[in-house]
Design a protein around this ligand. Structure first.
Ligand code: SAH
Length: 248
């Protein structure tokens, strides 16, 4: 078992946001696996085999990566953003649990800049106080769990980042999420829709909860909901680090 298996985050899109560590790893790889658009971000070169696959095939992909590494390859599985945030790192460990004899493999997880951090930086500092991060897709968990977490986070006055807010397959979910926020938060609560951050298609738009509509989000959008203290300053949106005494 002389191969290695690295799960690497490619960041949100811009070449400059790929860490030097990840760039170096890609330069030394024999095999790169991942969802089709992510593998497309890796430049082909002699000696490198690219294995793009569909996004519904994460466990199969992880299992294949384990086999290639066990056979001696320098294997890199790529994710967008950070591989530990709703991405391939967990899928790899799930596959490894099914192949415990491979636990001795040289496995490393290389972090990347996750979408919410790139989006927050582009908007200002909306995540400058306590926040949480929710995946609004109900592919892997029941909708009731999403709704409960959303409600509790809103009650705790946490800022929030939503990944996978809305897709063609689940057009209703984000409308329901907005309805849950409207039960707890004031209509002036600021929401930033950050689309395709750090790519040529980047678009940032901040509206109030009263103005927000489900169509403002799609699968290339990360949605940032401020806390009760989040404010605008010119074109910026920021959340102060202090939190007023007596506010719960
Ligand atoms: N591992 C990734 C997240 C994968 S889930 C990460 O750490 O960023 C896919 C979701 O991430 C998308 O639906 C969207 O909500 C968000 N996302 C990924 N890249 C983005 C970008 N460049 N701009 C805005 N949102 C992005």
């Amino acid at each position: 078992m002389s191969g290695s298996l690295i799960v690497a985050g490619l960041g949100p899109g811009a070449e400059a946001m790929i860490t030097p560590e990840v760039a170096q790893t890609l330069a030394e790889a024999t095999d790169v696996l991942g969802y089709i658009p992510y593998v497309a971000r890796v430049a082909p070169r002699p000696g490198l085999r690219l294995h793009p696959s569909d996004n519904r095939e994460e466990l199969d992909r992880a299992a294949q990566a384990l086999e290639l590494a066990a056979a001696g390859g320098r294997v890199v599985v790529v994710s967008s953003g950070d591989p530990g945030v709703f991405a391939m790192a967990s899928a790899l460990f799930e596959a490894l649990e099914a192949r415990p004899e491979l636990i001795g493999l040289d496995i490393r997880i290389l972090p990347g800049i996750t979408a919410m951090l790139a989006a927050a930086a582009a908007a200002g500092a909306p995540l400058g106080h306590d926040f949480c991060c929710l995946n609004l897709s109900d592919n892997l968990k029941p909708w009731a769990v999403i709704e409960r977490r959303l409600r509790l986070a809103a009650e705790a006055d946490l800022a929030m980042a939503f990944y996978n807010p809305r897709s063609a397959a689940r057009p209703e979910g984000f409308a329901r999420a907005l309805a849950v926020l409207r039960e707890t938060c004031a209509p002036g609560r600021l929401i930033t829709f950050a689309r395709a951050v750090s790519t040529p298609d980047q678009r940032l738009r901040t509206v109030t909860l009263a103005e927000a509509t489900p169509e403002m989000a799609d699968m290339r959008t990360v949605v940032i909901v401020g806390n009760s203290q989040t404010r605008r300053l010119g074109d910026w949106v920021y959340t102060p680090r202090f939190y007023p005494a007596g506010t719960l």
